[in-house]
Design a protein around this ligand. Structure first.
Ligand code: BG6
Length: 490
């Protein structure tokens, strides 16, 4: 391992994210020899726990969610790196107590004063927590200091900007790691490699050869226990502003001049700057929103969104959004990017379909008299891989063709989990796959007028779709209006 020793202060250590993703990520990294011999993780939350009971919770989380088995390693050697400190984040005195704990650990040999702070907690508390870390002395250190912040980063441009101001009073931009966990997914990272390491694709990657791009991230889960947050956020803020737009930037960006963090992020920013901005009229024309009604998921009846616990009666929050986006630059002029995401859809899947232009003239036909286009499909999840669809002669016919797929897939559990990779990147100080402030700002500036239309435009419909379907009819109409269709995924 090339990592230097560190102390890692994990706020929200008893929460869902810590249990499902973060603590198991530490285990996976440890299992693979990616952590240094000397490090400490201090779990922080309001609840009163001692180190031993935190380690028991750690073991439970690892058993339930890690990629490897607990007995693959010496558990006690691993668990002794974990500590717990109860903190009320509104109390400076609690931060001072926490600081003593960190100092003791550092003096006991974890040494160099490298300090990572991870805020997996209520977003309203991000700013003040950063300030209290400073007031308690944490940010005075001989080693490095870094801050990882979970989403949501603000709820619109104004609040994101205020939050950013608060945080940047304590940490420099290079020390701030804004998580978008989609950027940690193997196949999302692979987009750049597929594009920029294959002479086969790059010459075709433009409006002369590509007819449209389709990016779908569908989920089968509903709102679950998160209505307090989700009913205010909706799919637009929860998924579209961050994960979906990030995937758009990865598909659309220009090749960076060199493989360096800021060079790459500069190119992503240019895509966001080129997005055609939408006001009310364009939202009506290019965006479809929906909310799930009752239906069935895997044969099981599920309630409508409005009947879920803690959802406001008559809520008009969207649980589905489909959009037609345009990137107004030379490469992409005229190419629609269709983006859709929703809860309670027919399958859990994230896929990117690149549809190439039609042949100028058809000489060969499928059995149904059409000729399908070439597709390049990047499968982000649950299967990781990609395939290229093309037409070949249908054996024994004259002029008959069939579409076939050439495909590769990553098997099993080889690839690290998104959080595992991102934690490791942040500990190495590599912020390539985190969002820079200007990306967040531009994404909000694009989304804010859409949110405004959602909230206030009386002429903007909110379609209901059946739980377990692919979303509302109107989403089909979005592609059909341009003579296209959503390709089946999952
Ligand atoms: C999160 C959203 O960012 O991403 C959730 O807040 C969503 O609502 C989740 O369920 C989806 O992530 P994944 O990795 O399961 O596709």
């Amino acid at each position: 391992s090339t990592l230097s020793p560190f102390t890692f202060v994990l706020f929200g250590a008893t929460g869902d994210l810590a249990k499902r993703k973060l603590l198991p990520a530490f285990f996976n990294l440890y299992h693979n020899g990616k952590l240094p011999p000397s490090f400490a993780v201090i779990g922080v939350a309001r609840r009163k726990l001692d180190d031993e009971s935190f380690r028991a919770a750690l073991e439970e989380a690892v058993r339930a969610h890690a990629r490897y088995q607990v007995h693959d390693i010496n558990w006690r050697d691993f668990a002794r790196h974990f500590y717990y400190c109860s903190v009320d984040v509104t109390q400076l005195a609690d931060f001072e107590r926490l600081y003593q704990r960190v100092r003791e650990l550092e003096e006991s040999g974890i040494g160099t004063g490298n300090r990572m702070f991870y805020l997996a907690m209520a977003p309203e508390r991000f700013g003040e927590t950063a300030h209290r870390l400073q007031a308690a002395g944490f940010t005075q250190t001989k080693g490095w200091k870094r801050l990882i912040i979970e989403k949501p980063f603000g709820e619109d441009y104004g609040s994101a900007q205020r939050l950013n101001e608060e945080v940047t009073q304590v940490f420099r931009e290079e020390e701030i790691f804004r998580i978008d966990h989609y950027l940690g997914k193997e196949m999302v990272q692979n987009i750049e490699v597929i594009r920029f390491a294959n002479s086969l694709f790059e010459p075709l990657w433009n409006n002369r050869c590509i007819a449209n791009v389709q990016i779908t991230s569908s989920e089968t889960v509903g709102v679950e226990e998160r209505a307090a947050y989700y009913d205010k956020a909706g799919a637009l803020r929860d998924m579209f502003q961050n994960h979906m737009l990030q995937m758009v930037t990865m598909i659309a960006m220009e090749p960076p001049s060199r493989l360096m963090t800021e060079a790459i992020r500069d190119e992503k920013v240019k895509v966001l700057q080129s997005l055609r901005p939408y006001g009310r009229a364009e939202v009506r024309q290019h965006i479809v929103r929906g909310q799930y009604g009752e239906g069935e998921i895997q044969g099981k009846a599920v309630p409508a969104y409005r009947d879920e616990p803690n959802v406001a009666p008559g809520s008009r929050t969207e649980t589905f959004i489909a959009a037609r986006l345009y990137i107004d630059n030379f490469r992409w002029a005229g190419v629609p990017f269709y983006v859709r995401t929703g809860k309670r859809m027919a399958a859990k899947a994230t896929e990117i379909v690149i549809q190439f232009r039609d042949m100028p003239r058809h000489l060969y036909f499928n059995q149904d008299g059409t000729l399908g286009p070439n597709l390049l499909v990047i499968r982000v999840q649950p299967q990781e891989g990609m395939y290229l669809q093309f037409n070949v002669k249908r054996p024994g016919t004259e002029g008959g063709v069939i579409p076939v797929a050439m495909e590769f897939s990553h098997s099993g559990s080889e690839s690290p989990e998104a959080y595992e990779r991102l934690l490791h990147d942040a500990l190495r100080g590599d912020s390539t796959f985190f969002t820079r402030w200007d990306e967040v700002a531009l994404a909000w500036k694009f989304v804010d007028p859409i949110a405004e239309a959602f909230a206030n435009d009386p002429d903007l419909p909110l379609a209901t779709y059946r739980a377990g379907s692919w979303g509302p009819e109107a989403a089909e109409a979005l592609t059909a209006a341009d003579g296209f269709r959503w390709w089946p995924i999952g």
